[in-house]
Design a protein around this ligand. Sequence first.
Ligand code: ADP
Ligand code: MG
Length: 570
Amino acid sequence: MKSSQDLKNLLLSIDHKSYPAYKSAQGSYRFQDYILSIDHVQGDPFAAPSRVSLRISGKNAGFPPKLFDTFPKRVALQDHLLRLFGREIEQYNFKARGSGKSGLMAVSRCGQEILERSACAIDPGDGSLTLRMQIGFPASGRTIQAGELIRILFEFLPGCAQRSLFFRNIDASACQRTAELCEDQEYIRRELKKRSLCAFVANGAVLPRSSGVSEKPMKGAVPFRSPKSLEVSMELPHRGPVSGMGIPRGVTLVVGGGFHGKSTLLKALELGVYNHVAGDGREYVITDSTGVKLRAEDSRSISQTDISLFINHLPGGRDTRHFSTEDASGSTSQAANVIEAAEAGTSLFLIDEDTSATNFMIRDELMQRVVADSEEPITPFISRVRELFEQAGISSIIVAGSSGSYFHPADVVIQMKEYLPYDITARAKKEAAAYPEVAAASSPFHLPDFRRIPKPMGSLRGQERTKIKVLGKEGIQINRSVTDLRYLEQLADPEQLTALAYILNYSVRHLMDGRRTLGEIADALERKIDKEGLSALADASYLPADLSRPRRQEIFACLNRCRELSFTFF
Ligand code: ADP
Ligand code: MG
């Protein structure tokens, strides 16, 4: 392997040459404490910055195995180191000068959720650490400023790495706390299963965020406090005793006046599928990690989905057991979302009236009398919610402030009042007894047997060079095929969308052979990522990027929304 001195010499030799000469620096170089790899060099100073990675041997990095001996702990440690490193390089960002992105130093920005990211990966076998970052190679105009890049690679970077990526130099107790928080969170996840709960919200948790555009906790918020009847206590391995609201499996209804905190509670539960960082306020808000937010999603595309559980006898005799549309309505989209989430293996639905199609959720008694069931294609969710639990094991937590109909099928009714929950199950049930129950569904309950096989079409296929673009948190684009993901509210980070683009592209190229079902494709993808990490999805034909792992549920959701996949039944 070449030495750092070789790199320095090379850079000096291309100083003041035209920008493309930087390409010759691509390769790996041995520095004192790590191997530096220049993985990709940008085309010009205004293009996406160059990609550089550092690889530190396990022995040198020195992290004790107990900090990363389980998968969640490894993810938590990686996340912690990435945050430390990010803080270090911030002070050097654009310190080296030049045109365009010259001097940029950046690494993935971590939000409130702790996610697996390609930007920092610890090898579980030998403890070696890989950190991937972006550097804007400096130039003035298009003339290489090698001296500036030498400052970055030989002065700034070694110091930043030293201060944040080596166990001997960083705060060991902070690492320890990260691992302990993670173990406590994983303990709660296991307890949910053992105690037949679908979610836990600790007393004292801070659920609201500081504003609509900030995920930081709200200052001065009313801390969460469980109603006594729903309170459960646990003995966490590190933090010790913790109490909070345990939401039992089954059907849970959340009611209350407008602006009393219903949606805020649901939002916290939606994101409780992920672990949160210390100081977030939701560290001990833990939800069944398969939980899926269900909402209406007008105009999404649906391909060969059996929505007959909810929709039948459409005008014109359209088949709802193999339902396809390029432009779904509120109710058909929400019906497809239920079926597809079941296919993805969820055991919890999270539903907010604010984002649901009313005619999908309920039909009141008066309407039932006026418009005969035989003239109404929709069997509303309320008529299936108990069957979904009793026959398919899928619980529901439903926010509904405006209709009392769900009092009947609910096991538990929680009222939010001035941001605090009250258990009003007994009173709600008593009042509801005087009202007629919703008519049961007229057709028997069945979930389709999920054997759908996706096949790529159009611009997904047969391109020499794949163009991958991520449209913020709105969607992804592969060549000319755009997939709209803006309503997948449990995608917590744009890097998860980037990963979904890579996943879609990878599965088109390597897995969609006309025989594998969607489930088998997801299995194969997950096995590959488990074994080789997220960067295994990359391909020499397109730019490397930072990826963050989406859940299996979002992988399904993405493939199901892609307009250039056609599905057939097995
Ligand atoms: P709802 O869905 O019941 O109409 P929201 O959940 O949207 O109400 O909450 C209304 C407002 O109250 C939001 O601005 C939210 O940030 C704020 N809020 C929610 N929970 C709390 C809390 N625990 N303490 C202080 N403010 C809160
Ligand atoms: Mg609301």
